[in-house]
Write a protein that binds this ligand. Sequence first.
Ligand code: ADP
Ligand code: MG
Length: 704
Amino acid sequence: MNTELVNVADIFGENVFNETVMQERLPKKIYKNLKKTIEEGKELDLETADVIAHEMKEWAIEKGATHYTHWFQPLTGVTAEKHDSFISAPLPSGKVLMSFSGKELIKGEPDASSFPSGGLRATFEARGYTAWDCTSPAFVRKDAAGATLCIPTAFCSYKGEALDQKTPLLRSMEAVGAQSLRLLRLFGNTTSKKVTPSVGPEQEYFLVDAEKFKQRKDLIYTGRTLFGAMPPKGQELDDHYFGTIRQRIASFMKDVNEELWKVGVSSKTQHNEVAPAQHELAPIYAEANIAVDHNQLIMQTLKRVASQHGMKCLLHEKPFAGVNGSGKHNNWSLTTDDGINMLEPGKTPHENTQFLLVLTCILKAVNKHADLLRESAADPGNDHRLGANEAPPAIISVFLGEQLEDVLEQLISTGEATHSLKGGTLETGVKTLPDLAKDATDRNRTSPFAFTGNKFEFRMVGSRDSVAAPNVVLNTIVAEAFADVCNILEKADDFDKAVHDLIKEYAIENQRIVFNGDGYSEAWVEEAARRGLPNIRSMVEAIPAMTTEKAVNLFERFNVFTKAELESRAEIQYESYAKAINIEARTMIDMTSKQIIPAIMGYTKTLADTVISVKTAGADASVQSELLAEVSALLVETRNALNVLIQVTEEAAAKEEGAVQANYYYTDVVPAMESLRAPVDKLEMIVDKDVWPMPSYGDLIFEV
Ligand code: ADP
Ligand code: MG
């Protein structure tokens, strides 16, 4: 156990090629050029890149690095990398030099044929290229492979089509940044130069013991349990026992934090979650692209460190049925380069007006594109969470809190809001809008999209998913709403009146998306249907939102996605759903036929032998007989359900790839899996524990 005490300030960012390092190492002119690129998006010339590459390499070698990698996020949801060593061809003397050129820094060419492209990149032009995202700093990662210089990059096809999560994210950041600046200028801001979306994703995860994990094929192959009954007495373990668990977890968290701090991830809060073996880690928010990179680093670090501690980290959205699942709360706001948060309600009426316009624009954006937001959180694991009375419902709505809701109601009913709830009646002059105090009280935990004081929290995202897609959608839909108001306001004769009218209009038109009540209740499902809000229950039903005319218009207008890119992404989504369910179904088939049925057959034999012996001895064997009958009946049900699952899984594989196949997995294979699980879970409850061929939920959740 690592009990060494560390000084966070000393180790924080020690393996990052950050501001300080660049300022120290780069010639002034080069540093200035790079800053220009980072801040203003100017293209980097090769000469500058050469100098940076050289310094970066020297720095990385001092940190022990032997290799570099363009670290990118293909559409598989995880990161990918191809390692190259710094070594150049041997010299006549037999020695080697360590080299790294500007070209190698800026651009890489991984053989990308194995990454999903949804038909965008025919295999004969398998090569894509990666381009350095210099707004996310390079870092040296140390693990079993030694030390590697990781260069955060975007990944495109040769024609420039995005093949990754990063490219559209950067495009969407530019879009929302530009439109935000337009809006700020209208309100008299002349000083801010740049607006960037800030993102703070809270990561939930489970920890289980590695030895027990290894005994469960479902966890190994799918990341979740496909069978398992809840232990009736699970929660009654004594405190002493939990005390020891906490030591093990605490030691793990200490290592996770240290590893993250070294690579510049500001891991900040950690706490235990609702479920027994569940935890959460949140970093301090950062610029959206950095936050996305850091979240990937967090997920990788959690996994690696867990293994070092004899545990396994489960990032799946629903590792255990009947136990709370895991999500990722995506906190989002818009920040200027001079530190203004556009989602801060503000203290003066002037600021309030701007805030209320921003707020109502966001309401409009979310109302118009609820289907896209829902889709951005769709992954196979999240189908088990959303709408399942634990995480947000599958219906998108916005929670504003009492005070803001009241302000909106006043606007809607009278066209004027003259007071705010906590502040009493306020005179705010021309704007006829109240002063707003930051309403920090977020009492509503059931809302998928909640205003929490000075940011929105999108709570639908799955724990295993990249936060790139949700932020691409958020950035772009807000860019659209801002662009639309700016188009009107830039031409308005009476600016104040025009703003006021727009706020009122948007508040009225988008009322239906605001909901402050209990999102888990059945009443809300009915109410939402009356309001005409989409209730998209599954991933396959969510995917079509990506390619509607509305979506294509939106994304093409802001150069975030072309129609072809959207279609390819939808295709990849269908494929990844089909693949995920196929693996789950086949794992279930394997576990049932090779582990569960043999174990139950053995058990029924023991029971039958007992019945005979007891009868022979002349005693009443009715209890044993009943149990035998019950187990045998469930065994028959299991076998029949297994046969059905085998059949539909084969049929699924033969379907046309894409939407047709994915839908078949959803409508036929998933129910067949549920029908198989039911009798097996019943069997687990009644057979002897030592007969059961794998660790139980109790073993996994309560004995970490
Ligand atoms: P809670 O669990 O109460 O929601 P946490 O502290 O666990 O709070 O997480 C809040 C997350 O929101 C953190 O990542 C934090 O850095 C982030 N955050 C705070 N302010 C902002 C902001 N203005 N924009 C984006 N994210 C923010
Ligand atoms: Mg939160």
